[in-house]
Design a protein around this ligand. Structure first.
Ligand SMILES: Cc1ncc(COP(=O)(O)O)c(C=O)c1O
Length: 388
């Protein structure tokens, strides 16, 4: 493949796969923990490049992961990418790499639950403090930065409330103040949003979701500059977080081949389901970034290229037991956490936000690859039984 000339969708099929081992069209799985050298000198040479060579020791790198790392870095527009054992491993590595005793991390109040847990229940024992902000107003985020703040950690859109943060403004203010920025870009995937191009330092993904795409692999990715990645490979990845198994890397590469096709389908189908829901008398509000009614529509259009399959809605009836019955009676929506696979999912939970007077019971919906008409008929039948 001619380097740098092909469009992203073409590169996604071929980048990093130029060498065909035994002519195999799909790269083999390098199911090995270590790599051998012809001489001690050769091994020393590889070691000299610092930690993290993909042909040294599989705790810090492996060729079955390298092919995916090249493709994700290309899509995100970052110098480098490194895969790790889970999305949370990626997130925790980035946070840990940027804090020390006395440091402060600013994040949004609707951040993914386990991240809130790390910041509020785990890191304080090492003297790391946290500040939670609503996040929809860039000035509020910027004004919350103190001399102790080392990292502003974002999640846009947030995966329950789908609120956005103004990435460009926040990144540029943080650069001026010498504060690093990170974002969980799992909702958008690198197809729909490229935060590094807006100035964000670290882009992390739970590849368990759309990148894997088939609900059969747990994985995470860190995309950033080489200078920022090197110490993470040396310390957090090298010493703490779980390595991704070569087979899981291979599964991610297979998932990436159809990422665009799947995202296009999720987007179209979810837009139709969300649009239909918005018209139902038993629905109070739909939280979906691509609806005309989305309060941050301008920002959505400025910083995202489209929307995915995940959104939430507020039913008028807020009785948790009726909402649970509504979910239980759905035929095509699985009940479970996660999202980004082939299957549609639904969950209900109370959500509290700084700007809401009291918790609201939301229904989070993931629109999978089924026929959307079946999904709409399913929602309608269960709602007629339990929500009207
Ligand atoms: C938005 C978001 N970020 C991160 C994660 C964590 O990813 P993983 O389960 O791969 O650790 C999840 C998992 O549900 C998620 O929804």
């Amino acid at each position: 493949m001619k380097k740098g000339t092909a469009r992203k969708a073409t590169q996604l099929q071929h980048l990093g796969e130029e060498t065909k081992h035994e002519g195999a069209v799909a790269p083999p799985i390098f199911q090995n923990s270590l790599f051998l050298f012809n001489t001690i000198e050769e091994m020393r040479q590889v070691g000299k490049n610092g930690p993290g060579s993909n042909r040294f020791y599989s705790r810090v790198g492996n060729p079955s992961l390298e092919v995916v790392e090249k493709k994700l870095a290309m899509l995100e527009g970052t110098e480098k990418c490194r895969l790790v054992g889970s999305g949370m491993s990626a997130i925790s590595s980035v946070i840990l790499a940027n804090v020390e005793s006395g440091a402060n991390v600013v994040t949004i109040d609707s951040v993914y639950g386990p991240v809130r847990d790390v910041l509020t229940n785990y890191l304080p024992k090492f003297g790391v403090t946290n500040t939670f902000v609503d996040g929809t107003c860039a000035d509020e985020v910027i004004d919350s930065i103190t001399p102790q703040t080392k990292l502003v950690y974002l999640e846009s859109p947030a995966s329950l409330t789908f609120r956005l943060q103004d990435l460009k403004r926040i990144a540029s203010a943080c650069q001026e103040k010498g504060v690093r920025t990170a974002i969980d870009n799992t909702y958008a995937t690198p197809y729909l949003q490229n935060p590094a191009e807006l100035g964000i330092d670290y882009v992390v993904h739970s590849c368990t979701k759309y990148v894997g795409g088939h609900s059969d692999v747990v994985a995470g990715a860190i995309c950033c500059s080489e200078a920022l990645l090197k110490p993470i490979i040396q310390y957090e990845i090298g010493n703490f977080v779980s390595a991704l198994a070569p087979f899981n890397g291979w599964l991610l590469n297979r998932g990436l081949r159809t990422l665009k096709l799947r995202i296009d389908h999720h987007e179209k189908a979810a837009n139709n389901v969300a649009g239909w829901l918005e018209e139902q008398p038993w629905v109070e509000r739909v939280h979906h970034v691509s609806l005309a009614s989305f309060p941050q529509r301008k920002l959505f259009q400025a910083q995202m290229k489209g929307s995915g399959g995940l959104f939430s809605f507020e039913p008028k009836i807020q009785d948790p037991s009726r909402l649970e019955k509504f979910i239980n009676d759905l035929q095509y929506f699985g009940i479970g956490v996660s999202w980004g696979g082939f299957e549609s999912l639904a969950l209900t939970m109370p959500v509290s936000l700084m700007t809401w007077k009291e918790p609201r019971h939301l229904v989070r919906v993931f629109v999978g690859l089924e026929d959307e008409q079946d999904l709409i008929e399913d929602l309608k039948a269960s709602a007629e039984k339990h929500l009207v």
